[in-house]
Design a protein around this ligand. Structure first.
Ligand SMILES: Cc1cc2nc3c(=O)[nH]c(=O)nc-3n(C[C@H](O)[C@H](O)[C@H](O)COP(=O)(O)OP(=O)(O)OC[C@H]3O[C@@H](n4cnc5c(N)ncnc54)[C@H](O)[C@@H]3O)c2cc1C
Length: 538
């Protein structure tokens, strides 16, 4: 069977996503809800019709075999997967295409590529799965560089070593989520890191962006699983020492986690693993009425501070619950879940349900009993939410074809400021959506919760005007970002900074820290070739 072909302009593989019949249903819903018109899908471009700028670079003979100038490769590596990226790809606009795409097979080839890029003044852009939603894999504009090389780590895709007694594995950075789990499964182990982009994102990309998995609490951030790493910089290789913990000064691992390809290329890492969970308990609770979301938020705070450590504690507002099919639009929904490879979970679930019911949550009697099985549960509101979660990126491509705006943004804020902050963010975004699009929907869910605050995640769906989608979204996003920063939140909780979040990030980070970061970059990347313009200016 031949490998499925990745879309060069959008999410996932060719031929996947909503069927023509399903698209008609979506159009009907959008017309009813927002009065959206003119939703006939415009087909995406064909690669043979795409015009790309002529490549400005030629690789040295020794690297010729791993470098491609093929239009399919160049177009497919031009953008990440934000709404802005999909709109440009769908319009056949691949103006910032890299001049070459390199596919190194080992660390020596990564080093050789960086040497050549440093000598040739070529921008070197590390590329994992290309699922960045912040312009993290896009070549720099202008002519400060002689060209740009996208360095795709996809051939470094093996689990190299497993240390069963420490429950850790040495893993190459270019491995995609499903391939990684597939190599760990025979050992009864899992990295258990499941960002929504899991299918098409890589270990190296997760580390470079400090990604957050879909579990809402406890072990869900990639840096918590990172035991040590190896990275190739233009100055040489950095390898940290494998340790379960260390107080020996600032952590080299933490310096690379979140460095977004600006300091070096992560080639492999020792990752902490877990036994595959077999006990699961899951319940969903309704919080009906106007104040349902805030009542649910108070319950989430109490659960997160009770020391119960649920694997999931995901609150959806009424609109989000309706869109995902978890409820009918009349109630916020809280999904609480516990997992273990070792023990039944009823006492923890009982206490969480008690807190939730005391706070106004409704759940049927007998909800949330522990089940013991190798397979994850797929039924009920939680199952509906999960399949909507995985189908969303495909749906977004379809919406772009229909001229509809569909994008998300996320943040985090401490509990003391949450209610006022959320009110301001919702008001600023809803106003902007109304002003710019004439109508639409802004919905919220918590993707992660901590004892000291939640990470609210906002989704916007609104009718667009074909040909003006980018400008329309830019105006909504600017209003939302302003509200996040002015309200004291972060410009991003787990989507990273890239190019797109630079204005917010530059306001948020302390100026002296920016100087220290630039000094670190100068030391590791003296020619400033690594991902210029992402995270910091060279
Ligand atoms: C539909 C969708 C859902 C998403 N859901 C989540 C989510 O649940 N949680 C979350 O955290 N994020 C999410 N994201 C954002 C994105 O998937 C993450 O940022 C992810 O970690 C990127 O991994 P990647 O392999 O695709 O990296 P890429 O997109 O290829 O690269 C991301 C950044 O890391 C750098 N980079 C990549 N590989 C390396 C390497 N080996 N060494 C050094 N630098 C490198 C790149 O230069 C770039 O700056 C989502 C994105 C989409 C489109």
């Amino acid at each position: 069977m031949s490998e499925p072909l990745r879309k060069f302009w959008g999410w996932g593989n060719e031929g996947e996503g909503p069927s023509a019949e399903q698209q008609k249903g979506i159009a009907r819903t959008l017309a009813e809800r927002f009065g959206a018109k003119d939703l006939e899908p415009v087909p995406p471009p064909r690669i043979e019709d795409v015009e790309l700028p002529a490549p400005r670079l030629s690789p040295p003979a020794a690297l010729e075999a791993i470098c491609s100038r093929e239009p399919y490769d160049r177009a497919g590596h031009t953008y990440g997967k934000s709404f802005r990226d999909i709109v440009r790809g769908h319009a056949g606009d691949f103006a910032p295409a890299p001049d070459l795409v390199a596919f190194p097979r080992d660390e020596a080839e990564v080093a050789a590529l960086l040497d050549w890029c440093s000598d040739a003044n070529a921008a070197a852009i590390p590329y994992g799965g290309g699922s960045s939603v912040v312009g993290g894999v896009e070549a720099p504009p202008g002519d400060a560089y002689a060209g740009a090389v996208s360095i795709d780590l996809g051939r470094l895709d093996r689990v190299l070593e497993i240390d069963r007694s420490s429950r850790a594995a040495r893993i190459q950075a270019g491995v995609l989520g499903p391939e990684l789990e597939g190599q760990l499964r025979p050992h009864g182990l899992t990295l258990r890191h499941f960002p929504q982009s899991f299918e098409f994102s890589t270990l190296g990309g997760w580390i470079a962006t400090r990604s957050g998995g879909h579990y809402a609490t406890t072990y869900t951030h990639i840096e918590d699983f990172l035991e040590s790493l190896r990275a190739v910089t233009p100055r040489g290789v950095i390898e940290s020492r494998r340790l379960p913990g260390s107080g020996a000064g600032p952590s080299p691992d933490r310096m690379f986690a979140g460095s977004e390809g600006t300091l070096g290329i992560i080639t492999e890492a020792w990752m902490r693993l877990q036994d595959r969970p077999t006990y699961r308990a899951q319940a969903s609770l309704r919080f009906p009425g106007e104040g349902g979301f805030l009542a649910g938020a108070r319950v989430v705070r109490e659960i997160s501070q009770a020391g119960l450590h649920p694997a999931n504690c995901r609150l959806l507002d009424a609109r989000e619950a309706e869109t995902s099919g978890a409820a009918a639009g009349d109630a916020a929904v809280l999904i609480v879940g516990f997992e273990s490879a070792d023990h039944p979970l009823d006492p923890w679930m009982d206490r969480a349900l008690e807190i939730a019911r005391d706070g106004g949550g409704e759940a049927p009697e007998g909800a949330g009993r522990t089940k013991h099985s190798d397979a994850a549960p797929r039924e009920g509101a939680a199952g509906a939410w999960r399949s909507a979660f995985l189908g969303m990126p495909y749906l977004r491509d379809a919406l772009v074809c229909m001229g509809v705006i569909s994008e998300t943004f996320e943040t985090a804020i401490t509990w003391d400021r949450f209610e006022a902050f959320h009110g301001e963010v919702m008001a600023a975004t809803t106003d902007a959506v109304k002003r710019v699009c004439g109508g639409g929907q802004v919905a919220c869910r918590f993707t992660h919760v901590y004892p000291d605050g939640p990470a609210p995640y906002y989704s916007v769906i609104a009718p667009g005007r074909r040909g003006s989608l980018l400008e329309m979204w830019a105006e909504v996003k600017a209003a939302a970002s302003e509200a996040l920063i002015q309200g004291g939140g972060t410009i991003t909780h787990h989507h990273a900074v890239g190019r797109d979040h630079r204005p917010g990030y530059d306001q948020q980070r302390p100026p002296l820290f920016a100087e220290a970061l630039r000094a670190a970059k100068r030391s590791l990347d003296p020619a400033s070739i690594l991902n210029p313009g992402v995270l910091i200016d060279p």
